[in-house]
Design a protein around this ligand. Structure first.
Ligand code: PEP
Length: 248
């Protein structure tokens, strides 16, 4: 089965950096069979649109505003992203929840807007260290899923991917054990099965994210419940991103 490997470039790269990055990534990605997505900063999207035409690298963004248009100074709409050939957007990344106080109610609105415009949403969920240490992981995951997917129709779930990203693993060099990841991914499928159906749970693409690097990619990506990866730090270097993307 093909895996979905998503790069989250975060707030990095000028136009020139983006050009150099893509020049290298396009060449390196020619033999990759997994699906490759890069979530660019907004300012790199127009250049990515030109450079990635006729390549297999899919264009993604890191955020979107929930409203379709209007007086929201500084924000970017789903329609604007679609216009730049963006196919997929991260929602609810823990950095957005931490630094911009995004709630799952807001994330739910963002998902609905993306679906309306025919784009896919990567819903990021995951517990903090304190929540894990106080045995609240499952409770937190359920709450996040209940709120984020509230009111969605089952047939819309094909355009939603879930990234399980424990907050304590993001950018820290720490990762959960394979057993812990499998347990959470299974639990996520359980919640989807209860809220939608067994079929929806089985078909859901669940990605793992958090300190994924070339040296742990094989172990983490071969977990049976995991369909791909969301990669932050290690995606900034085309070579290390491709090493992760090569994992079968
Ligand atoms: C992320 O920010 O989604 C992420 C997974 O980051 P990192 O790979 O750097 O932990």
């Amino acid at each position: 089965m093909k895996k979905i490997i998503i790069a989250n470039l975060k707030m990095n790269f000028t136009q020139e950096d983006t050009k150099n990055y893509l020049d290298e990534l396009i060449t390196l990605s020619e033999s990759i069979t997994n699906k490759l997505v890069v979530c660019f900063p907004y300012t790199s999207l127009a250049l990515a649109k030109d450079m990635l035409l006729n390549t297999k690298i899919i264009i993604g963004a890191q955020n979107v505003h929930q409203n379709e248009s209007g007086a929201f100074t500084g924000e970017i709409s789903a329609k604007m992203l679609k216009d730049l050939s963006c196919k997929i957007v991260l929602v609810g990344h823990s950095e957005r929840r931490m630094y911009f106080e995004e709630s799952y109610k807001l994330i739910n609105e963002k998902i609905k807007t993306l679906l309306k415009y025919g784009m896919r949403a990567v819903l990021c969920i995951g517990e903090t260290l304190k929540e894990r240490e106080t045995s609240k992981t499952k409770q937190v995951l359920k709450q996040q899923l209940d709120q984020a997917l509230n009111g969605l129709y089952e047939n819309e779930l094909k355009n939603v991917l879930i990234a399980y990203e424990p907050v304590w693993a993001i950018g820290t060099g720490k990762t959960p054990t394979g057993k812990q990841i499998e347990e959470c991914a299974k639990y996520i499928r359980n919640v989807i099965s209860q809220n939608f159906s067994e079929k929806a749970a089985k078909n859901m693409n669940i990605l793992y994210g958090g300190s994924l690097k070339p040296d742990n990619a094989k172990t983490l990506l071969s977990l049976s419940e995991i369909n791909g990866a969301l990669v932050g730090g290690a995606s900034l270097n085309p070579d290390s991103f491709i090493k992760i993307a090569k994992v079968k």
